[in-house]
Write a protein that binds this ligand. Structure first.
Ligand code: ATP
Ligand code: MG
Length: 431
């Protein structure tokens, strides 16, 4: 036998019964998205590397260290494209909107689900292939849209059984506009220069290239210095403050609680004005389950017409870990019925009956292959099905099936006619 191959480190198989939890999560999320009028968008996993360098920012962890980027094979002219596996999807969605002129007439509310790729150190809640659900509202200026995006996130969390204040909490900040960030940046660089000896190699390098990111550190030795740094909120002008207060007023009216975290900057360069994160303290250092904000400059930066936009990305692995942690995980779905067929001769007839049941909306699993009644009953029990359908030779000869409830201890059994499937099928679905 040759050596068995393994999945790439940090990239996971999602198998039953775990995959059923994913489907449940995705279905619950889609139902919420639909209630807000969001439409699905699917873009390629592979994009030109330049899209992410321009979109996310050159001096970010994602682009500098985490991106799976490669050179494609050369074509017949010797030209090779620089490609990357998407580390996030906002840049791809924006590219698609610009490419297909989708933002010309009106705004768009879009959502996506899909795998993202980052070469990080794999650990609980942090993988190299992970999945996000995300939304993007493109073409809308007002703070009402920022608030709607946050309200949608709050509803998602609530409908999944997560309790605000107990399992998750919202952190909010306002990054202002470019001029305000520049003024703040100068003050911040001066502050960082005064504490240069504390900074690690990354920090020293980013002091001048991306000083805000120096504050977005998990290094405990830097916390005091970061806390004492000049705060962007103190540099905001009237318009930015009005926007921020507008968002806050709606959240307050809707009863969504938040704390203002002046150090919240997010790991991508494209954000302005509102930024936010939903955080849990149940998953250690991987506590951010959802992050987003406004990115009014990105569309123009990627070659489109200047268009306001706001959105978020939610990590599905972290959501499922959190749901499990707090006991809010869904029950595994079970079939309505399990079909037991003692003899192969009966199969053609039985399979026609099963099709009629499925036509009537019943989920029914056929025991595969030939085995003893005892082992078929064992499988029926293990499947979690509510009913066993027993197609014995005697029953079939009489044009009947024996239906046994697997849930009531009396083991009561009744006979039904194979010619009247539609009469009794509903009983299997509801009981
Ligand atoms: P973190 O600070 O935890 O690295 P991030 O700021 O890099 O997160 P975003 O780029 O904002 O994360 O992505 C949005 C969400 O996607 C995160 O809040 C998180 O739930 C999830 N996520 C990001 N990176 C990973 C990963 N490597 N593995 C699993 N989930 C991830
Ligand atoms: Mg990260």
């Amino acid at each position: 036998m040759s050596e068995a191959l393994k999945a790439v480190k940090g990239m996971n198989d999602i198998l039953p019964p775990e995959s059923a939890r994913w489907e449940w999560l995705e279905a619950r999320m889609r139902s919420v998205l639909q209630r807000y009028g969001y439409q699905n968008v699917r873009t390629p996993i592979v994009e030109p590397t330049a899209l992410f360098v321009r979109g996310i920012g050159e001096v970010t962890d994602i682009v500098e260290k985490e991106m799976y980027a490669f050179e494609d094979r050369a074509d017949k002219h010797g030209q090779a494209e620089h490609l990357a596996l998407r580390p996030e999807m906002t840049a791809g969605v924006v590219r698609a909107m610009v490419e297909h002129a989708f933002l010309r007439d009106s705004g768009r509310r879009l959502y996506y689900f899909g795998p993202m790729f980052r070469r990080e150190r794999p650990q609980k809640g942090r993988y190299r292939q992970f999945h996000q659900m995300g939304i993007e509202a493109l073409g809308f200026h007002g703070p009402d849209v920022d608030a709607e995006v946050i309200l949608l996130g709050a509803r998602l969390l609530k409908e999944l059984g997560l309790v605000d204040g107990e399992h998750v909490h919202l952190e909010l900040n306002c990054l202002g506009e470019l001029g305000e960030r520049r003024a703040h940046r100068e003050a911040l660089i001066a502050h960082l220069e005064a504490h240069k000896e504390l900074l690690d190699e990354d920090g020293q390098r980013r002091l001048y290239t991306n000083p805000l990111r120096v504050l977005d550190t998990k290094n405990p030795a830097l916390q005091d210095m970061a806390n004492a740094a000049p705060k962007l909120l103190d540099f905001l002008g009237e318009a930015s403050l009005a926007h921020f207060n507008g968002v806050r007023a709606i959240l307050d009216a809707a009863g969504v609680r938040y704390t203002i975290n002046p150090r919240l900057v997010r790991g991508l360069d494209y954000y302005n004005l509102t930024v936010f994160e939903w955080i849990t303290d149940k998953l250690g250092a991987q506590g951010t389950v959802c992050g987003g904000g406004r990115y009014d400059g990105l569309i123009e930066q990627l070659g489109g017409k200047s268009t306001p936009a706001v959105g978020f990305g939610m990590g599905l692995e972290r959501m499922l870990l959190l749901l499990e942690e707090v006991g809010a995980a869904p029950p595994a779905p079970v079939p309505d019925a399990y079909a037991i067929v003692p003899t192969v001769e009966g199969l053609p007839r039985v399979m026609v009956v099963l099709e009629a049941l499925r036509e009537a909306g019943v989920s029914v699993v056929l025991h595969p292959g030939q085995s003893s009644m005892k082992s078929q009953f064992k499988r029926a029990d293990a499947s979690g099905a509510r009913h066993a359908l027993i197609f014995g030779s005697d029953e079939l000869a009489a044009g009947q099936v024996a239906i046994k409830s697997l849930r009531d201890a009396t083991g009561a059994q009744r006979l039904e006619s194979l010619d009247a499937v539609t009469d009794w099928a509903p009983l299997l679905r509801n009981a």
